[in-house]
Design a protein around this ligand. Sequence first.
Ligand SMILES: *Cc1c(COP(=O)(O)O)cnc(C)c1O
Length: 403
Amino acid sequence: MTDDPFTRWQLTPVINVSGTMTRIGASRVRPDVRACVDRILTSFVDMDELQSRAGAVIARVTGAEAGCIASCSAAAMTQTVAACLTGADLARIEALPCVAGERRVLLPMGHMVNYGAPIDQAIRLAGAEVVPVGTAAACETWHLADALAGGAAAAMYVVSHHTVRENELPMDVFIDLCRDHRVPVIVDMAAEYDLTRPIELGAAAVIHSGHKFLSGVTSAIVAGSSDLIRATYLQHRGIGRTMKAGKESVVGAMAALELWEKRDHEAARKTEEARVAFWMRELADMPGVRIASHADWTGNPITRVRITIAPRTAGFHAWELAARLAGRTPSIVVRDDLVERQELYLDPCNLTDTEAALVAAAIREEADRFRTRGDGCRQGWSDVKRSREAAILGWSGNRDADP
Ligand SMILES: *Cc1c(COP(=O)(O)O)cnc(C)c1O
């Protein structure tokens, strides 16, 4: 029997041009990380000791006092919030999600994102009450000051392409105000390359996914103050048990973090920029298709290719092209969170040169096909919105499920 899951269980191969998306397996795990994980999988280890060694690695890399590994960033948010509600009190830890005392957790309204699940739920799971701060499109100092005056166990700050970008409180202003009220700030930077800034600014904890830019296994790195990290780790004796990080997650995250420390980031960036330049050449001069290079929204050192569709000239909508590409074999998954604006993005981070060439050829081919067959511009944005729920609910784990 083959040990290739794709042939053994008839899986559709995927070319990832979207960056690091959990729904398609997040990242390519690096060989050094795989070797470390392989070694621990067949061994026993004291988990307290392992997590304590992880803390030392995290502290060194991030500049924080301490650290620990969680099973993913969503779990890390629940557990750091829980830590702010219980401290290192084991009775309180076992009592969650019933909370004795203050349970308000502040979250700017513009940071109330959905990364595949709603962030406020990750907070509520601990037993906390989410208090939105500001309005959907703006957060001002007086909004935060007013919320802090009502008391809070913690405040959450999110850095992500998902958040509202304009008129939000800068991280330093947010942390300073919270510290004036002695309220610990937890920063969700799941997909951000900067491992040190929130700690420098005085955040109590900062969370990074191990399986995104770090190219590790599914996991999260939690860095922060000694007391909060201890209380976070101790949650494994309570609600953290339902989101347990196994030995493979802890070792995988540690190895990924150390690899990140010594990786040649300049060389990686050069490779990615060459890929972007290649796509810019290959996709030039297509009717109704405009190409531009685009710097990352939150300042990560990534340049992507932005493809803007003029539907009348091109003969198709951006979401129709994305759907055609995803429907091919291998399935090509582009960044499609802004398709409503007729924009698609190609991310150079997670693919090989061969795959990059395949992507360019496939985009030309699908665009030509729309033009020659005239079967584009059939599906409006409202149709897409209407059909989304059915697509989600269409999943089945039945005996006779596809193929
Ligand atoms: C991906 C992401 C998450 C969830 O991360 P997981 O590690 O997959 O749970 C949370 N917040 C933000 C901003 C993200 O980008």
